[in-house]
Write a protein that binds this ligand. Structure first.
Ligand code: ADP
Ligand code: 5GP
Length: 198
């Protein structure tokens, strides 16, 4: 296993997926985790309410705002953002270290600012992929069809999408998610090209 000479930690690769909510990154990431056993998902912490099909510790670590604040004060986050009003999300240092120490390549599903922050910290060890919806209208349709968020939350997510899409050209790769089957094939190619690289 190669090691990072600066801190002697295993130098696993880092794959960062980001997009406006509803563009399809969870779908893509789940597919890749099944396809590539060397990948492991970095479970983030959040203060948002748990959705019916989500599991605490698997999809997110669901924290109260007080617990989240305490982790900020302890310096427990690699990065964190108030992605939506009064709703925070953050990448736990302990989670990333745990996966790298297991020799895994770590996959992140984070918002655009978090993605560029992680990319800056990990440099060439990281690949930042922006998942682009075919249009904002299609994004809204997918969010409604997913039926996991209240109307107000859908509106907030759609309203934020255009701003998030303006960050796309700061990423290493833009993956347009139109026909899902094609997208998953392209995603597989992107990952095997990157993790195959010495
Ligand atoms: P995100 O994680 O970016 O919020 P999801 O992966 O939850 O997005 O996808 C949002 C919704 O759109 C889900 O219901 C998912 O099944 C659906 N979806 C994902 N990709 C496509 C696609 N290419 N075409 C149509 N629906 C899709
Ligand atoms: P959702 O509530 O739909 O699961 O996620 C909302 C947004 O928060 C998505 O853009 C998702 O990528 C982002 N997100 C999830 N975890 C993190 C994290 O640890 N850090 C940051 N910055 N964003 C995150």
């Amino acid at each position: 296993m190669s090691r990072d000479h600066n801190n002697n930690k295993p130098a696993g690769k880092i794959l960062i997926f980001s997009s406006p909510s509803g563009a399809g990154k969870t779908t893509i990431v789940h597919h890749l985790l099944k396809k590539f056993p060397s990948l492991a998902f970095s479970v983030s912490a959040t203060t948002r309410p748990q959705r019916p099909h989500e599991t605490d510790g698997k999809d997110y670590y669901f924290l109260t705002p007080e617990e989240f604040r305490q982790k900020i004060d302890e310096g427990a986050f690699v990065e964190w953002e108030e992605v939506y009003e009064n709703t925070c999300y953050g990448t736990l240092r302990s989670e990333v270290d745990r996966l790298l120490n297991k020799g895994k390549q770590v996959v992140f599903d984070v918002d655009v600012k978090g993605a560029l922050n992680i990319k800056k910290q990990f440099g060439d060890r990281a690949l930042a992929v922006f998942v682009m919806p075919p249009s904002v209208e299609e994004l809204e349709r997918r969010l409604r069809h997913r039926s996991t968020d209240p109307e107000e939350s859908i509106r907030e997510r759609v309203a934020k999408a255009r701003l998030e899409m303006s960050y796309a050209d700061k990423f290493d790769v833009i993956l347009v998610n139109d026909v899902l089957e094609d997208t998953l094939k392209k995603a597989e190619e992107i990952v095997s090209n990157f993790i195959g690289k010495a």
